[in-house]
Unconditional design. Sequence first.
Length: 94
Amino acid sequence: MKMDKFELAVKKFVIDHLQNKMIKLDIAAHEIDDSFNFIESGVVDSMGFLELMTLVEKRFKIEIDFEDYDPSEFTYLYGFVNCISRSKRSGCVK
């Protein structure tokens, strides 16, 4: 799946933020692809997800309206990045 510059920036930000947790779980960076599932892998729990969303909203100056998305989209890397990108395109900026 081809990503634009904004989506690649979001992806990098997310991976960088989760890197310490991934190291603790012995997950190497090369194992992270677009289908990587944050929840199933144990990298993110519900509190970690809220923290990540807050950081992404602040960093990229957007506001996510969760009613616009299927919650399962946020559990894997590409879905997460795609939701953030769609929010930005729809004008949900802070």
